[in-house]
Each structure stands twice: as structure tokens, then as C-alpha cells.
Design a protein around this ligand. Structure first.
Ligand SMILES: Nc1ncnc2c1ncn2[C@@H]1O[C@H](COP(=O)(O)OP(=O)(O)O)[C@@H](O)[C@H]1O
Ligand code: SF4
Ligand SMILES: [Mg+2]
Length: 327
């Protein structure tokens, strides 16, 4: 299914949240959650997106879906900029793009039956009614490894893994092209994680789906991703083909994330030279000047304080933003 067609592309995407800390105007605080991010995803491929909690992964995903209004930048779907479309103009795109959440319990309405949870997106888009709707719900349950008998039950009657399956069935109900999987396995038992990832991979194969797969840890996205992007404090610091990025990480932050993966893996470079990231992640309200990673980088130089590094090509389909590459 993989070809060279770009399905999703974001260009210079920014999402700033303005928060009011107090009562007067000067107490306004601007959270730079996504701060000038650009990347593309080809049709049928999986882009993994990783980085520590709070670096802007979910905001990136939600802004692509227009669940958040972008502050600036372009969001291209099959080449068409959807960043400024009206609610009505967005409707056909809402059907093409879906999301699966980390916590399936919080994202499923506890007062609705499984049948109505899965049927709701079909109703919104007027896709099926009556017997046909029922049949499709049964089919979707079967697709995700559940069955008809589950349709009349409520979310609390299921295990975490089963609830995630219900969330997946719901996302498939509108027959989407693109699914953002926002840490879909982080809350699940390790034994269940592989089952869910395998199911997502099978569904991708069968339906030609395109995924943005978000996780906080590089080991979680390794098997499912064709390419991986690494975010730090609202910026994309490195992006490349998985095979390249895991073997030959270029950015000091990617190197540190990889070295913290506990299990030895022959595909991962320098696993034995553990780099410990010191200090906390700075606040996205007041990020460091120049390279945002400089306060934790063991290679930081004078230029890193002054000049913001931009993504540069370091190999085939592999880009990183670091002044070490200037030399
Ligand atoms: N709705 C919101 N209002 C204000 N700040 C937000 C909102 N959502 C996220 N943020 C802030 O934006 C930053 C990025 O958050 P998020 O995208 O959830 O990160 P991640 O998914 O990588 O953990 C964080 O500092 C977070 O506190
Ligand atoms: S630009 Fe400088 S501070 Fe930033 S990662 Fe590279 S060496 Fe470190
Ligand atoms: Mg998140």
C-alpha cells in the first residue's frame, strides 16, 4: 500500500495556548505547545511521534484534526490546506480523519452501550441506519476481536484492552483514511500492548490506513513506524526513516532517549553508553533562547544560545536540527 503520495503535511504549524493566570490582562501567559513544526506523512505509512510528556505531541495531533484551532501554519490533507476551513467545510475531512486515545475509559461515554458508541460517528455522518447500521456495528466488533454479544454492554464491563478495541472500532466506523493514535497502548498491561499494536498493523494493511502514532518512548514506536519524529518542547528536533534513526541518531536529545531504553537491542546504536538527561524540561511558556534543548545538552556551545537550529538533511529521508551539524 505504501507509495510516495503525501497524505498529510504540516508546514510551520504553531499552537499557542493563552492562559489567564489572574484577573488583569498582563497576567496572560502564552504556552508555546507546538512551535513551528513541519513534517509529512505518506499515504499508507506510519509516522511515530515521540518525546517526553508535555512536549506537544497531543497538541500536534489535535491541531491537525482541527480539534484545536491552529495559531498559524498550514495543514495539508492530500495537498489541500484545511487549517482555515469552516466547520461545514471540515465535515468531509472529519470523516477521513479519526483519533484513538490513550485512556479508552475516559474517551468512551460510560452511559452509552458499545453499540451506540460505535454507531454514533455513523449517525453524525449519516452513513447507515436501521438494520444496516446494526450489521456494520457487528462487523466492526468482529474486526477488533469482539463479538455481537458485547454490543449491548457498557464500557465498565470490559478490560482495558477490550475498551481500547471498542475505541478502535469506533474510529473505524466512518471508514477513515488517517488515524491519529495518541499513546493508545501506554495505559495497557505490557502483555496486551503487543496485541493492540499487531491489530493496528493488520488493520493498516487491510485498509491502507495512514497513522500518526504518538508515544513517549522510542521503544514503543519502533516496530510500527516507517518513520519517526522526535519532539522537544514544542519543536521537532529529528525526523527520519526508523531504520536510520534508531541506528544512527544524530540529535543529542534522540541519542539520550535511545540510550535510556533498558532492553539491549542489536538494532539500536550505543545502547550501552547510557546518557542521563539532567535537569527538568523547561517551561513552554518561557523556553530557552536558540536551541531549546541547550539547558540539558552536554554539547551546548555559545551559538546554541543565540541561534535556533533548523532541520537539515543528514542522510536519505533523515533530518535533524542541531548546530553540531554546521561544522
Ligand atoms: N488545552 C490546553 N490549554 C493550555 N495548555 C495546554 C492545553 N493542552 C496542552 N497544554 C500545554 O501544552 C503543552 C503540550 O501539551 P501536550 O500536547 O499535551 O503534550 P504531550 O502530549 O507531548 O504530553 C504542555 O505544556 C501542556 O500543559
Ligand atoms: S544545537 Fe547545541 S544545544 Fe542544541 S542539541 Fe545541538 S549542540 Fe546541543
Ligand atoms: Mg499527550
Amino acid at each position: 500500500m505504501k507509495n510516495n503520495e503525501v497524505l498529510i503535511e504540516v508546514k510551520n504549524l504553531k499552537k499557542y495556548f493563552v492562559k489567564n493566570k489572574g484577573f488583569i490582562k498582563k497576567d496572560l501567559e502564552v504556552v508555546k505547545a507546538v512551535d513551528d513544526v513541519s513534517f509529512y506523512i505518506r499515504r499508507g505509512e506510519t509516522l511515530g511521534l515521540v518525546g517526553e510528556s508535555g512536549c506537544g505531541k497531543s497538541t500536534t495531533g489535535r491541531t491537525i484534526l482541527r480539534l484545536y484551532e491552529p495559531t498559524s501554519g498550514e495543514i495539508l490533507y492530500s495537498g489541500k490546506d484545511i487549517a482555515k476551513l469552516s466547520r461545514e467545510q471540515m465535515m468531509p475531512y472529519r470523516k477521513k480523519m479519526q483519533m484513538i486515545f490513550q485512556d479508552p475509559y475516559a474517551s468512551l461515554n460510560s452511559r452509552m452501550t458499545v453499540s451506540d458508541i460505535i454507531g454514533e460517528p455513523m449517525d453524525i455522518h449519516h452513513l447507515a441506519s436501521g438494520k444496516e447500521r446494526q450489521e456494520r456495528i457487528f462487523e466492526l466488533l468482529d474486526t477488533v476481536g469482539l463479538n455481537k454479544d458485547h454490543a449491548a454492554r457498557y464500557p465498565h464491563e470490559f478490560s482495558g484492552g477490550q475498551r481500547q478495541r471498542i475505541g478502535i472500532a469506533r474510529s473505524l466506523a466512518v471508514d477513515p483514511e488517517f488515524i491519529i493514535c495518541d499513546e493508545p497502548i501506554s495505559a495497557l498491561d505490557v502483555s496486551i500492548q503487543a496485541q493492540v499494536v499487531n491489530m493496528l498493523e493488520d488493520l493498516q494493511e487491510q485498509r491502507g490506513l495512514t497513522y500518526l502514532f504518538i508515544a513517549h518512548d522510542l521503544s514503543m514506536v519502533k516496530h510500527i513506524s516507517d518513520r519517526v519524529g522526535v519532539m522537544y518542547l514544542g519543536s521537532l528536533v529529528e525526523i527520519g526513516a526508523s531504520s536510520e534513526l534508531y541506528k544512527n541518531p544524530v540529535h543529542p536529545y534522540t541519542q539520550a532517549l535511545l540510550s535510556s531504553i533498558p532492553v539491549p537491542d542489536p538494532d539500536i546504536a550505543e545502547a550501552s553508553n547510557r546518557i542521563v538527561l539532567e535537569g527538568d524540561v523547561p517551561s513552554p511558556v518561557n523556553p530557552p533562547s536558540g536551541c531549546k534543548f541547550r539547558t540539558r545538552c552536554r554539547y551546548a556551545m555559545d551559538v546554541c544560545k543565540e541561534v535556533t537550529p533548523v532541520l537539515k538533511e543528514v542522510g536519505k529521508d533523515h533530518f535533524a536540527a542541531c548546530h553540531l551539524l554546521d561544522k
